[in-house]
Ligand binder design. Sequence first.
Ligand SMILES: [Zn+2]
Length: 727
Amino acid sequence: MQKAELRKLRRLDATKEMMQKAKYKITVHDRYEDEDTQIYEYEAFIRIQNLGAYIKIAIFDPSWMRANCTGAKFEVFLNIEGQEYITRELDQEGNEVKWLTAMIYNLLEKNGLKHYWWQYDCKQKIFANADAMKTLARIPVEHERGYKGIERLQQWQQAVKDEETKRREKAEQKPWDEDMAKIPALPKNFNVWARKNVLKDHFIFYEYSPKKTTTGWCTNCRTEVTVQEPKYNKTARCPHCRAKIIYKSTGKIKTLYAEGYSANIIQKIDGGIVERTFTYSESYRGDPRHPQEHFYEYSRKLLVDDEVKTYYWQSYKNKYVRWCLGETISVAHEGFHYGWYENTILYKGNLKKMDSPLLKHSSYMLWNKLPTRLMAYVILEKRYPVIERLAKVGLFSLAKELIRTSNSEQLKKYSEQTSLADGLELDKFRLKRLKAMDGNLTALRWLQREKKDNEVISDDIIKTLASENIGYLDIAFALKRLSITKTFNYLVKQADAMGESIGQTITTWKDYLSMAERAKLNLAADQLFKPKDLKLAHDAMVLDSKKEERAKLVKKLEKEWPKVDSKMPKLKKFEFAADGYQIVVPNGIEDIVTEGLCLRHCVHTSTYYYDRIQRDESYIFFLRRAENPDFPWYTLEVEPSGNIRQKRTTGDKQNDDFKKAIAFLKKWQKYFKKQLTKEEKKLGVIADQLRQENYSQLRKDKKEVWHGKYAGQLLADILEADFMKAM
Ligand SMILES: [Zn+2]
């Protein structure tokens, strides 16, 4: 319908009869107030013009009419054959305000011309004269009966609108359906494969029997098996298929679900590949031999022409469930990291035979375990050719690290050259060495630096540093004075002496140097820059730099816990040495403070340790290595019975070197028990009780560790794991 044409149509005014009727009032019952009230009889007035192909409906607002305005507020134009309608809004002077597409009811309700029905007994009417009613009766509707006047108009408009929506939805869905038509059938054994490979939970159902041996049903191998003394909810292995199972008694179970991982399959489609994702789960109700299988495909990613379209099986506009297009992303798009590491299991049965050029030219088959989902890998490989080059020469660690850290800038840069050595900013000689050590990104950076500086660092050094991800910047402070070899040898030696990682040793070294600098030590001297015993020098600096603070703390603690020092002499009988280790008893608070400062743990500042010593609940002992008896190593909290509650070293943790000392500690606990008097044994029993009460209180309070390696874990769990009973 042409608006210009519609504007030219003759103006319709309200008739005299209408103008009078606009003022009529009637009595109705107000439902809310429960009383009779007077309202105007008509909500709206309409006049109709029959214009051959078109019908024009003028709608008058009674409030305008009562103000002596005869002009229409709305003009609705219908093109019955063309299935079209449009509305023009006017002001009281007859000027055009705007054009509207609303249906008649919405139009009236929105403008207060039809809304009394919910408040009053519905007696209000829309006035239309007999001619108008006749014209309205001409509007075709599907269900003829019962629709009169403007109800009929509303019905027709709704049908027109529905038809239009249907057309629009069909147009939207057409390309989706075309895409979905490309998806091939699943391999015949796919369901069976999924059932066998993606279920997380397996059960053996058994009938309760007083006999030792009974029969059960394994949900994994779906076989009847003989089981010995099954216990409800206990885990075991199926005697037939060896799968890890949980025992379930059929009598106790109503419904049980076995969850699954998601499963993937890649298939060739016209112009590309599709990645389909499924979930498989099972539920058992009644006879476990007949589980309900829930096989559900929820996404399809189509890779065609450098574009990935993702479809989801979901509700379409809240009407029905179907495949709906989600996102469309260009392969070149940098931020494209969909579900890379999502825990899915790939069906491989169809890959070898698939003659998709995308997979044929991919290096995916070179990997033992792909670092991403297969389609993501294919896309990354297309985008960053260096990935394929790395895989082809076996540099999997480097490729994996670059992919996993989404290091797109590096990937882009390294892809720029067709020669891998050039791309990685290496030469053939260094690329060969990188390959030989299956180097990671840190190793690559060391080799790049080596080439730039035109020197050669031993592969051993690079490999060791790279394994702890120690880069040039981490040790630049040392390299300013020492060669890399000297620096490395020093670090390894000190790390061995401390039983620490190289990374931790670097931290200690830096810590020492900054303290030494503040103390104005002559660091130009080699023996001060790299002290022979770094840990000792570090600890000495700690004590020295904190001399005053330490003295103050010791004084304060001695005042608060006056009996602690006097407890020490009676503990001397527990001192012990064997197998290169030694147990040392502190002389008092001062020694405990020193230990705490050197090891940077909390023993010297946490007053409950002193409280426990004073009450004979537990004592502090030092575990040291015989070659360095003055060198703090591990601090032990020990009960009067010899039970060890806690063992802590630098930064409140335990290192691997400690495992070697466990046999010694057990030996010491035996020796400890032999020294105990009757009185001391009694103290041990009380301490045991107190410890258990403490754990259960911590559990009740849900106390968690806030910092460090154990952050987020329950404190009671950590303490309990640390506990070592004297046997
Ligand atoms: Zn089985």
